[in-house]
Design a protein around this ligand. Sequence first.
Ligand SMILES: [Zn+2]
Length: 197
Amino acid sequence: MVGHVTAPAAALADRLPDWVTLVRAPNPGPMTLDGTNTWVLRAPGAARSVVIDPGPLDEGHLRAVAGTGPVGAVLATHGHPDHVEGFDRFVELTGAGDDTGGLEITTLETPGHTADSVCFLAAVGGERVIFTGDTILGRGTTIVAWPNGDLGAYLASLDVLAGYGAVPALPGHGPRWPTAARPPGSTWLTAAPALTR
Ligand SMILES: [Zn+2]
């Protein structure tokens, strides 16, 4: 029964860890789906958060993210403007530096969408999630972007992510995935419609 296979994963995908907050930027479009996902990570009891992808230079959005509380550090999954155009302004607003607030964050080099694309594996206690930027989108297929995208590198990066099994993937656009591991015999280039059906 398909339901027995998909139900637990769907339940996991519906729930964010209580130390992760999503603030979605108001920049929906063909390339940004519902808008850029700005992720705020705050370990239980931590004074400061870590923000991943502050998003476009939209003062209202940046202030909304800053309004979630003191920020210790800001990270970016890659250099596309819809993810980092507001980076400097956000640092100015928050005074963020290099305090990761007790979070364990590992940077995974995952070139392909762009040469500078990375994913962040974050852990609190035993709970792990991967922030995938545009390497894995919440819906559909990413692009191998001009001028330095690389399809071969992209496929190799998917193999890297596949090594993280059932760790939920929180993308730069669209809804979260229950796992960063692509289904057997498939890739994210073809898997998305099957998984969201
Ligand atoms: Zn991008």
